[in-house]
Write a protein that binds this ligand. Structure first.
Ligand SMILES: NC(=O)c1ccc[n+]([C@@H]2O[C@H](COP(=O)([O-])OP(=O)(O)OC[C@H]3O[C@@H](n4cnc5c(N)ncnc54)[C@H](OP(=O)(O)O)[C@@H]3O)[C@@H](O)[C@H]2O)c1
Length: 325
């Protein structure tokens, strides 16, 4: 088999203009890895943060101080197992899978640990499975684990029309919540079509000034002050800060306990974990038709930089997909 493949590389930090379509060595799976022939992938804010090496902290923590350690980005994948390392028993060549592999998805082939993947249900397309990864895991864990949403609770999704938000609205309904989605005027119908009980057009209505208060706020837009958010919270409620807002993250991380103790209010700040059982749960939700991915735009692998440029506008309606095979 040809040992070269096409991939979108980024060898320096920068915007979408540093991404190039190149022929590179096809990766070989190590003993505990699998090689996936990628069918589809998608673009997440995570990708452009790593592309730009911004915020700077990610260069120190993971990404490389002066140049990216991983020259092929792309976290979400769906595809077919091409080969497995000697120690891998979870998958065999020919298995159809999907998941969140962290890096390497913007390519014809990608290697990863098997516990970042789950079998793709047969009735779910590669296109749909390829846009689940980070966004689906985040929505599921934010609602079920971090927000501990119970049936009948009032849940607000701030940023309901984006990649995570479109899953969050649907999963919150599955958990039995009364769901309110906040989005811009252009996306009100989309959010309603996903099953939201109420939709707030933030261009017309400020949810922090309204009489309705919430048990759980899943904050993807992360664009409000802590004081504003507290005003929209019921006693014993939780604010799940998912979106990137360094100031709020620092405040919650350092002083959260003191800022939110009145009436048992709480703030939670977490990063989604790649758990195979959660991928399986999401796969089942798709297979059963309980959740449907919203794909705003779809690009060929060579046009990944155009897709990244679009996602960076933070105006995507649901997911931006890349078709590889
Ligand atoms: N903690 C974690 O583990 C984790 C995991 C994944 C993502 N994230 C973060 O979560 C955030 C959302 O991710 P995503 O994938 O959903 O991003 P995305 O797809 O880029 O979200 C775009 C959406 O944001 C909405 N938006 C922009 N400004 C808004 C505002 N002022 N009020 C309400 N909504 C607004 C837009 O809706 P309108 O056009 O309708 O305004 C758009 O649909 C990002 O900051 C990302 O980095 C965190």
């Amino acid at each position: 088999m040809n040992d070269k493949m096409q991939a979108i590389t980024s060898r320096t930090y920068g915007g979408p203009e540093v991404m190039k379509l190149e022929q590179v060595e096809r990766p070989e799976p190590r003993l505990n890895q699998v090689l996936v022939k990628v069918a589809a992938t998608s673009i997440n804010p995570y990708d452009w943060h790593f592309l730009r090496g911004s915020p700077f902290l990610i260069r120190l923590a993971e990404s490389g101080l002066f140049a990216p350690k991983n020259i092929v980005l792309g976290a979400d994948v769906s595809g077919t197992i091409e080969a497995v390392g000697k120690n891998v028993t979870a998958f065999k060549p020919g298995d159809e899978v999907f998941g969140d592999i962290g890096v390497g998805g913007f390519a014809q082939y990608a290697v990863c640990a098997p516990n970042r993947l789950s079998l793709k249900p047969q009735n779910v397309s590669f296109a749909d499975a390829g846009v689940v990864g980070i966004a689906g895991l985040t929505a599921l864990q934010a609602l079920r684990d971090w927000g501990q949403v119970k049936p009948g609770q009032k849940v607000l999704i701030n940023g309901a029309s984006g990649g995570v938000g479109t899953y969050a609205v649907q999963i919150a309904k599955q958990l039995g919540a009364e769901v309110t989605g906040a989005c811009s005027t252009a996306n009100v119908e989309l959010v309603r079509s996903l099953g939201a009980d109420h939709v707030i057009d933030y261009k017309k209505t400020d949810f922090t000034q309204e009489p309705t208060k919430y048990d759980v706020i899943i904050d993807l837009a992360a664009n409000r002050s802590i004081g504003d958010i507290k005003r929209a919270m019921l006693p014993k409620s939780v604010w799940v800060l998912v979106g990137l807002n360094i100031k709020n993250m620092l405040m919650v991380g350092l002083f959260g306990r003191w800022l939110f103790t009145e009436s048992g209010k709480n703030a939670v700040l977490k990063i989604a974990e790649v758990l195979p059982e959660d991928l399986k749960t999401l796969g089942n939700m798709l297979a059963e038709g309980d959740v449907r991915p919203v794909i705003d735009r779809s690009y060929a692998l060579k046009d990944t930089p155009i897709g990244v440029e679009y996602v960076e506008t933070m105006r995507a309606k649901g997911k931006v997909a890349i078709t590889v095979a």
